[in-house]
Write a protein that binds this ligand. Structure first.
Ligand code: SAH
Length: 456
């Protein structure tokens, strides 16, 4: 019989699947319900909130039979906060879910054969202890119901801030920093920014920590060029958290969801913080990209280097190189490395990082990969790409195909665009040889993948 649900219906369903966003999926007579916070294997009572013709969204009301994979979330605000999606699932189940998500995308969107994909898979690499792994956190500020400033995380798909100064994915050190900033803002009567009116000053707090060095950077993102009594704030922060070596102010006066603006200046201390990965020292400035999970990143980069199979003479291109992390890992084993990155500050960092580590065979270019690569086209033995979620530009892929490196190592944080790009690369001259997932973003639905492609 056909089942049709309407708004406010209460029903009991079994969760048999999960979507990309980590929502549970239950099906009844041709109708699909998406249930946030439900885990595969749960039988749940839900209230239907919104429906379309053959599917709808329902709220989890009661767990009738818990899934064997269900766990008590470690975080007290796991359900309301939009940061994590998989807090109610065991970590083992989470790893299975992620690997499966990547596998499905490779098959569905990449057009690869199922048996083939399974035969070249290397098992997902998880963390031993998937908490407090993030070296970077960006907290929005807003105004609470009582008119006071709050800091925390957005609830899923909204701009409502769920107050929280101690996220379990971030460092314990963050809490005192956030509390100090709230206290200072209260004392100085500095209002938080309001995204609707464009009024108010404090937009976000960005905190970064080098795990190997303990160096902390606090960057305030403000709707203005000054923080009133900024010097006093710096003093207060330093006293509260002696690990701080850099306090910056980034100005963003635009009415936008993009967190950081174009100008950053140092209020106190250094422009960068230091960290070490795989024995290489890195300096990182506020706007530069740096992998958020250093423990997993070392493993991931080691794999990328393994896939590159360097013998010491090769020329390597590292596209989307950020501060040159992968480039410098590769440079130790290659003849020459060229890095390309769009953010000028990151390229400055990359050049300094190479120099600071005595690495002389790496050269860096500021610009878009899809523009710099076709322009220079220095012959390559290996091309490494590590693009943002939207994947590689078509022109970049076409140039890579034209250049015909022996190997391509594709590092990806979005398996849908990865699959799309692999379809293009493997359509002609390349064969996918191996792929492996690395859990860089534990408790969230995001997953990192590294792939090896070889020229036919
Ligand atoms: N490989 C680096 C950075 C990866 S993140 C690391 O592991 O740390 C992706 C990087 O691509 C970011 O630094 C981002 O600024 C950069 N980027 C985004 N679009 C780009 C483009 N079109 N060309 C070059 N770099 C780009």
């Amino acid at each position: 019989m056909e089942t049709v649900y309407r708004k406010n219906d209460i029903t009991t369903i079994e969760i048999t699947d999960m979507d990309e966003k980590g929502q549970g999926i239950g099906r009844a007579g041709g109708f699909t319900l998406f249930v946030k916070d439900a885990v595969v294997g749960d039988t749940v009572e839900v209230k239907v909130m919104k429906t379309k013709k053959s599917y709808g969204f329902a709220r989890l009301m009661k767990i009738i039979i818990p899934s064997p994979d269900r766990v008590e979330p470690a975080c007290p605000i796991a359900r309301s906060c939009g940061g994590c999606q998989l807090q109610e699932m065991s970590y083992e189940a989470e790893l299975r879910f992620k690997e499966n998500k990547v596998r499905n995308n490779l098959i569905r969107l990449g057009g690869f054969d199922e048996a083939f994909i399974d035969s070249i898979k290397e098992n997902i690499v998880g963390m031993e202890n998937p908490v407090r792994y993030r070296n970077k956190a960006q907290y929005p500020l807003g105004t609470g119901k009582d008119g006071k400033n709050v800091v925390g995380f957005y609830a899923g798909h909204t701009h409502t801030i769920i107050p929280n100064t101690d996220c379990l994915l971030g460092r314990e050190e963050n809490e005192i920093i956030l509390k100090t900033i709230l206290e200072f803002a209260e004392e100085e009567k500095i209002p938080a920014y309001n995204g609707e009116t464009g009024k108010g000053l404090l937009r976000h707090v960005l905190i970064r920590e080098g795990f190997q060095t303990g160096e902390i950077m606090v960057c305030l993102i403000a709707n203005g060029k000054e923080i009133p009594n900024g010097e006093r704030l710096c003093k207060k922060l330093k006293e509260a958290q002696p690990g701080i070596v850099s306090i910056c102010l980034n100005t963003n006066t635009k009415l936008t969801n993009v967190i950081m603006g174009d100008t950053t200046r140092v209020l106190w201390g250094k422009e960068t913080i230091g960290d070490r990965l795989g024995g290489i020292r890195f300096a990182i400035s506020a706007r530069s990209f740096y992998q958020v999970n250093p423990v997993q990143t070392e493993k991931l980069y080691a794999k990328a280097v393994e896939y590159a199979a360097l013998t010491g003479n090769e020329t390597v291109w590292d596209l989307y190189c950020g501060i040159g992390t992968i480039s410098l890992f590769m440079a130790k084993k290659a003849g020459k490395v060229y890095g390309v990155e769009i953010i000028p500050e990151a390229i400055e960092d990359a050049k300094e990082n190479a120099a600071a580590n005595g690495i002389t065979n790496a050269e860096f270019f500021t610009g878009k990969a899809e523009e710099v690569l076709p322009e220079l086209m220095y012959p390559a033995d290996v091309i490494v790409v590590d693009p943002p979620r939207k994947g590689c530009d078509e022109k970049c892929l076409a140039t890579m195909l034209f250049m015909e490196p022996k190997r391509i190592v594709y590092v990806s944080c979005d398996s849908a665009t990865l699959a799309r790009d692999l379809k293009i690369l493997c359509g002609e001259r390349y064969v996918l040889k191996a792929w492996q997932c690395y859990d860089q973003f534990c408790r969230t639905v995001h997953c990192e993948t590294v792939c090896l492609l070889e020229r036919r």
